[in-house]
Design a protein around this ligand. Structure first.
Ligand code: ARG
Length: 478
């Protein structure tokens, strides 16, 4: 191999001591993670400030060393925020970049920061700190979407649409009720996120490389400074565990599956054939060739992005499945799937939350679709049952009436009493009350039913069901 393929800066590396030959330049680029892990700089610095504070408390650092280190780290944070920090691939990752810069700035004291610590527990700590902030932010947007859905559900509590099974008109439902079904999915997602947060907010620091450390560290103190709820209980597990990331991605995949289902419905409903909703011009795009087009790009793209989030979950599961304890370099591959999932999920949620208040509901079209689709056939069967006809016979009678309606292009409510009585003598004048759409939905008046009264009550209950997720603020460290 030619010398041009060697890194000049091999000896700059904090771990260069036992090496005689420099790293191959391509290996250096291939193994570096700074390109993507630098987004955790604030968490890395917060972790280091807490670690140095703890080291001074247990007497491993002097107070003046601690202060020099902390001031240096704070200056580096500002340097990064001003965009003046020179990130270097030679220094591999965010951790070594910041540590090397610290020594640049404050001299030999900077080299004491890494006492009793390893990048293995450091990186696990950084990801958890980063993820918990992201979880709190995601939850806020998720709640905004839930709130928007509840507003719309309340406004559309009486709006009648066809409910579907097999995408065939089944029974009339209220649009508010349909939207509340979406809300239930999101509320479960939120509960999953809140549960995942508990496993994220556990502190690995102190595990060091894998076995713990010989210094008299005070892990509980560091955890308190960093707002962790508890300590990882086994050092080997602490540095190798990425279950919390898998749980987060499982949450993300499930949420995306839900958004994708909403998208599918919005795409259908905004088509000329359904024409149930108008998504608002700012959430659609046109066609470069067909002047009449207004395409539902936002829901389509959200539906499309679902696949990549599933992929990230599969990546992380597969990444972990063959790793022996404890840390392995494989783990560096955990970040990009997580970060990409976070970025895309936030984007999708934001768009959905913004889009909700813009949706224009075409109530007349919804009603007409419900009216013309024999959606009250079950109500007629239930009516016959109340007149003592066994349900299976009632089913058969109504089936025949529908057949007649199809042949004569008449909905059940448009048939005369005489026409209906051909199918059953049990039918009387009062049948028309149950054949109306309003009567049909109002009759399903129990918890979980589609009656407008129930929709309003369910909206009210749902407004108090949201979960808060508060991530500790670390600004006291800066
Ligand atoms: N960049 C590494 C990662 O993302 C940090 C930990 C490196 N540890 C090690 N022993 N090489 O996982």
């Amino acid at each position: 191999m030619s010398d041009t393929n060697k890194s000049d800066s091999a000896t700059d590396k904090p771990w260069a001591g036992r090496f005689t030959a420099p790293t191959d330049a391509f290996v250096e680029a291939f193994t570096a993670s700074v390109g993507f892990d630098k987004r955790m700089y604030r968490e890395d610095i917060a972790g280091s400030i807490a670690h140095a504070t703890m080291l001074a408390r247990v007497g491993v650092l002097t107070e003046s060393e601690r202060d020099t280190i902390i001031n240096g780290l704070r200056d580096i944070e500002l340097e990064i925020e001003r965009g003046e920090f020179a990130w270097s691939t030679v220094l591999e990752d965010v951790h070594m970049n910041i540590e090397a810069r610290l020594t640049d700035r404050i001299g030999i004291t900077g080299k004491k920061l890494h006492t009793g610590r390893s990048r293995n527990d450091q990186v696990a700590t950084d990801i958890r700190l980063y993820l918990r902030t992201q979880i709190a932010q995601i939850n806020l947007t998720l709640q905004r979407l839930i709130d928007g859905l509840l507003d719309l559900a309340e406004a559309e509590a009486e709006t009648i649409m066809p409910g579907f099974t097999h995408l065939q008109t089944a029974q009339p439902v209220t649009f508010g009720h349909h939207l509340l079904a979406w809300c239930e999915m999101l509320l479960r997602d939120q509960a999953r996120l809140a549960d995942c947060y508990k496993r994220v907010n556990v502190m690995p620091l102190g595990a060091a490389a894998l076995a713990g450390t010989t210094y008299p560290i005070d892990r509980a103190f560091t955890a308190e400074l960093l707002g962790f709820d508890s300590l990882a209980q086994n050092s080997l597990d602490a540095v190798s565990d990425r279950d919390f990331g898998i749980e987060f991605l499982a949450f993300a995949a499930t949420l995306m599956m839900h958004l994708s289902r909403f998208s599918e419905e919005l795409v259908l409903w905004s088509s000329a054939q359904f024409d149930f909703v108008d998504l608002g011009d700012s959430f659609c795009t046109g066609s470069s060739i067909m002047p009449q087009k207004k395409n539902p790009d936002v829901p389509e793209l959200v539906r499309g992005k679902t696949g990549r989030i599933y992929g990230h979950l599969m990546s992380l599961l597969t990444l972990m499945k063959s790793q022996p304890l404890a840390y392995n370099k494989d783990n560096q591959e955990d970040k990009e799937p997580l970060f990409d999932a976070i970025d895309n999920l936030k984007g999708c949620l934001r768009l959905y939350a913004d889009m909700m208040p813009q949706i224009e509901v075409r109530r007349d079209n919804m009603r007409e679709a419900a009216r013309s689709g024999f959606s009250t056939a079950t109500d007629l069967a239930d009516y016959l049952v109340r007149k003592n006809v066994p349900f299976r016979d009632a089913h058969e009678i109504v089936g025949k009436a529908v057949r007649f309606g199809v042949d004569n292009k008449k909905d059940l409510s448009e048939m005369s009493l005489a026409e209906l009585r051909v199918f059953s003598e049990a039918i009387d004048e009062d049948v028309f009350e149950v054949l109306t759409l309003e009567g049909s939905v109002a009759a399903r008046n129990h918890i979980g039913g589609t009656a407008p009264e129930q929709v309003r009550a369910a909206v009210k209950r749902a407004r108090t069901r949201g979960l808060e997720i508060k991530a500790p603020d670390l600004s006291h460290l800066f």
